[in-house]
Design a binder for this molecule. Sequence first.
Ligand code: NAD
Length: 491
Amino acid sequence: MPQMQPNHLPLFINGQFTNAATGKTFHDINPVDGRVIATVAEADADDVDHAVQAAKQALHGAWGNMGVGERCDLLATVADRIMERFDEFLAAEIRDTGKPVGWACNVDIPRGAANFRIFANLVRNLPTESFQTDTDDGRGALNYALRSPVGVVGVICPWNLPLLLMTWKVAPALACGNTVVVKPSEETPATATLLGEVMNEVGIPPGVYNVVHGFGPASAGEAITLHPDISAITFTGESRTGQTIMRGAASNVKHLSFELGGKNPAIIFADADFDAAVKGTARSTFANCGQVCLCSERVYVERPIYERFVEALQREAESLQYGDPMNPATTIGPLISKEHREKVLGYYQLARQEGATVITGGGVPDVGQQYADGAWIQPTIWTGLPESARCIREEIFGPVCHIQPFDSDEEAVAMANDSPYGLCAAVWTQHLTRAHWLGRHLEAGMIWVNTWFLRDLRTPFGGVKLSGVGREGGIHSVNFYSELKNVCVKL
Ligand code: NAD
């Protein structure tokens, strides 16, 4: 039986590393230099079925019979073990994504571990609701709600924050007693596979956590969507993919939780702490090379500070450092793949056709011979586009924003809300009531004031309109990953 090798990533089914039944593989590519770093076993519908059957068995066996305390203790040890193997997770994540070590060290890996700790604690301490009901005979009745797992959960993940977003789903699903079949993105298969080793090391029973690699249509993703024994799907990815999954999942009315795309506004008022707003917007636009669903691609700036702000953000963009992602001085990595770069460069070209002024960037940087085959791209700022431009309406998912001036609170809110998406917004102002007024009127699932991406994992996370269905985080995750059953006892 194959063990995990650094240059081969097998499936992980029923506690064992295994190749696909067909023997098919695909390549895992390092976006820094275009090198093939591993072959990856490609699951088909039979492999997915094998994983689902293992997950079902664990659900009705060792995992299902385990008390909530023991289950949550075990999950807390998963967090500890990820931290013990921090450097391996870090190296694997950076090889797959090319993201700078500073970001991966502070965000991806520690938060990936924290998800297990936080959801283990939450579920261990969860109360249930009860009601006393009056009855005609005066004796009454007692109602109480029991939580039970939903069943086998399909977890379909994107490539931008691979470990963090996968464990954000897997940790609460397992804490609630479900078992999972995970499909990492085909671009970033490494850390989900490594987590299989951790699950075995800490004694999570076989079949609780399964990993199937592959693509979407006619591959592992579609097989999860259509499998009749999968009761729920939690998906993070593009809105269009969400629509396809929703159609497929209708066959057995699966529970769905979708975290989808965004075209998020940042709104900067003249009364804001100017330097904080510039630094914050540089971060919200260029972090992770613009590949965070929460990134700001539309920046609205109050007219009195507009020109100064454009110049300051340009300086920030031009100060970003390309280079070896393991070098702490590197502040911007490549995009995830050359294919994705083609898409983003297509928008760079379209913006010119739509009449944009290119303030900075707009092309491919010279990163030297060593990285010539990587997916590098310049951070880019545009001005001068009408709000109807495709570059302002469509999600690009790259290190790019358009900056537009505004003259009143109402105008800023109207432009921000005029979008098919509604994931998050960042507001920069020192004016207390203005901040609350915007918080009330912006159409988005999450509003940050004078900060961005400050996440308390207990708070609701999700979007409105094309940005998603449902909320995860804290009790909202628990509500998605469990079924509530009311028991009514006549006294
Ligand atoms: P994607 O939709 O292309 O792929 C996501 C996952 O879905 C991958 O594992 C892929 O293999 C799978 N998939 C693709 N087609 C499928 C199908 N027909 N059936 C089943 N599975 C299928 O997204 P991506 O390019 O990996 O990620 C980028 C997108 O994710 C962006 O739109 C971004 O905004 C979004 N995103 C959203 C959030 C959020 O929380 N709202 C977080 C991160 C990323």
